[in-house]
Ligand binder design. Structure first.
Ligand SMILES: C[S@@+](CC[C@H](N)C(=O)[O-])C[C@H]1O[C@@H](n2cnc3c(N)ncnc32)[C@H](O)[C@@H]1O
Length: 264
């Protein structure tokens, strides 16, 4: 994986003229589409399952920019997120934004205050930041490459504003779960996951990870933008694995948010 651009790279971009920025945005869009096509092609056979549901064009995020940071407003706070186009986890995905909005609007139904919350596949950390600002004790996890930017975003946006300082930890789906996160010790009130289902070869490990953490007493909240036939297949397996409720849909974004609990 290429090295993510650093904060100082971004600071340099801040001094670009508007024309230079627009030119770079066009270049980045072309590069992003090239990368998406390449990534989608890597290690995956093209099958009925992996056909896009709506269009063949490479996926493009709804929220992105090449300026120094992207701005959001949740829980009464401006949240600035450093993004990059170097990997899937370095941009904010639409399901994360939808779930942040849902959590902010439904604080009584999903009360995160003083709750233990784990996020898997946290990416840039927007969702973990919002959970933290809502009063939760948050651990944001992802693959090791993602943790630098994740940690930077989390701490810059919560320091002095959150009740509990959020934690960042490596967690590769299915790997060493019982050794690193023994079920008897790591019991979370909520497990959050946004846009973790897309075209990749880790859907089975993802489900194993969800099962590992979704113990009796835990509520798993999974938000996803539905793009491919394989997303629907995962949804079926998800529904047969847990007790599930569809919390809400954002039809214009094709995002669904599910709540799940343990079946055992
Ligand atoms: C599409 S991004 C979504 C990021 C973020 N949740 C959001 O919605 O903005 C998927 C995330 O899952 C992480 N991921 C992918 N495969 C993984 C694996 N095998 N183990 C752990 N995390 C993984 C990626 O690093 C990335 O951060």
């Amino acid at each position: 994986m290429e090295t993510a651009r650093t904060v100082s790279d971004r600071d340099q971009e801040a001094s670009l003229t508007r024309e230079e920025v627009e030119e770079e945005e066009e270049d980045n869009e072309a590069e992003r589409e090239g990368k998406e096509e390449k990534l989608h092609g890597e290690g995956l056979q093209s099958t009925e399952d992996t056909k896009p549901l709506q269009k063949n064009k490479a996926w493009k995020p709804n929220v992105y920019c090449t300026l120094p940071k992207d701005q959001y407003y949740f829980v009464g706070r401006n949240i600035s997120i450093y993004e990059s186009i170097d990997s899937y986890g370095a941009i904010v995905w639409p399901a994360a934004v939808a779930l942040c909005q849902f959590l902010e609007n439904n604080r009584k139904q999903i009360n995160l205050e003083d709750k233990w919350v784990l996020e898997i596949g946290a990416g840039t950390g927007l969702l973990s930041i919002v959970a933290s600002l809502l009063g939760a004790w948050v651990t944001a996890t992802d693959i090791p490459d993602m943790l630098g930017n994740l940690s930077c975003n989390l701490h810059r946006n919560t320091r002095g504003y959150s009740k509990y300082s959020p934690q960042v930890a490596p967690l590769c789906w299915e790997q060493d779960l019982e050794q690193t996160y023994p079920r008897s010790v790591y019991r979370y009130d909520y497990v959050l996951a946004a846009d973790v289902v897309y075209l990749h070869n880790f859907l089975d490990p993802l489900l194993v990870t969800m099962r590992h953490f979704c113990q009796p007493g835990t509520t798993l909240i999974w938000a996803n933008k539905v793009r491919f036939q394989s997303d629907l297949q995962f949804t079926d397996t998800f529904k047969s694995t847990f007790n599930t409720t569809l919390l809400t849909e954002v039809p214009e974004e094709n995002v669904k948010i599910f709540m799940a609990t343990n079946r055992e």
